[in-house]
Design a protein around this ligand. Sequence first.
Ligand SMILES: Cc1cc2nc3c(=O)[nH]c(=O)nc-3n(C[C@H](O)[C@H](O)[C@H](O)COP(=O)(O)OP(=O)(O)OC[C@H]3O[C@@H](n4cnc5c(N)ncnc54)[C@H](O)[C@@H]3O)c2cc1C
Ligand SMILES: *[C@@H]1O[C@H](CO)[C@@H](O)[C@H](O)[C@H]1NC(C)=O
Length: 336
Amino acid sequence: MRDQPNIAVIGAGVIGTTVAKLFQDQLRNANITVIADKYSADTTSDIAAGIFRPGTSFKGPTMEITKKWLKDSWQFWQDILKTPDAEQMGVMPLGSYIFSKENYHVTRNHLMEDLVPIYRPATKEELKMGPEGTKFGSYFSTLKVECERYLPWMGKIIVERGGKMTRGKVDSFASLSNYDLVFNCAGLGARHLCNDHDLVPIRGQVIKVKAPWVKYALYGDYDTYIIPGLNGVVTLGGVRGYDSYNLNYCKYDAAAILERCCEFLPNLKNAEVIAHRVGLRPHRLPVRVEPELIDGLKVVHCYGHGGYGVMTAPGTAINAVELGVNFLRSNVKNKL
Ligand SMILES: Cc1cc2nc3c(=O)[nH]c(=O)nc-3n(C[C@H](O)[C@H](O)[C@H](O)COP(=O)(O)OP(=O)(O)OC[C@H]3O[C@@H](n4cnc5c(N)ncnc54)[C@H](O)[C@@H]3O)c2cc1C
Ligand SMILES: *[C@@H]1O[C@H](CO)[C@@H](O)[C@H](O)[C@H]1NC(C)=O
């Protein structure tokens, strides 16, 4: 292995940024170059509410790995919450309710119940917080991460340590053959880079409103959610459009989201709208965290986190970085 290996990270979303920082933690002398055509506000990561609540369909290659990713991620965010920097990094604790009129099972989540300190059925009193006719509910303690703060914070550390963040589009891995190791954290961009048809966009749209009086996250039927964040900004959602590439704002989606959210909190009708955002979740089952030798180039993939990439970035990044360090030290021949 070279004294100062040259490492490329494709992608500056929450995955690429976390991988780059954690790789530097492991190998301080690494020469890291992040290459991305989109940064901070232009990434999918920036649109996410960033709440820690894996869908029950979230999965890695095995249940054991899935649970390790989640546990490592939870620990990573908990460690940040113990520091005075948490808020500046965009990380905050958050209580959350999930309610349903029809389905008991949606109020349960085996991945969360094993992980968070509190996950309990909602009381009769609490069920009244849901819309008329709410029958089932749970309360759980969790946290959320705002990429608007997290990405610049991590980016600054990467650059202070000598990493470079460059703007550019990677058309093929062959163009990176001069690097010793490449992390592919391209999100949906990996579909083209890897010709991976298992990677599918799931379109999402949200409304960001100013409503500092909302103190809990609320989930309801039909993909409805209300997620409060820093500065009194609340994210209202949502929609899930499988295999849709439509990045345009849809006024009918916005109207439906607002109507469903107002079933919980009628006062949201009067909240000031800050922005409408649309993003494509990079969905893949399982999420791909895997080394691959591509024409002699050592590549570690880390993409396909779907609707859960912010919360699971640390766990999958720890896994990817470990694979990368081992790959770099291994004797498979570079440039065959
Ligand atoms: C509406 C909505 C709500 C969400 N809510 C949550 C939530 O509450 N909690 C949660 O955990 N997750 C949530 N998500 C999911 C989360 O946003 C994604 O899982 C996550 O952002 C994926 O991160 P990423 O870094 O892989 O992708 P991205 O943020 O899309 O970053 C990809 C990066 O790769 C770069 N790139 C791609 N291709 C190339 C190329 N060929 N050359 C150079 N650069 C390239 C891009 O420019 C970009 O920098 C939500 C998503 C949406 C749309
Ligand atoms: C670090 O990587 C960049 C990008 O590949 C390269 O231009 C630079 O020469 C490298 N620096 C060292 C010291 O190898």
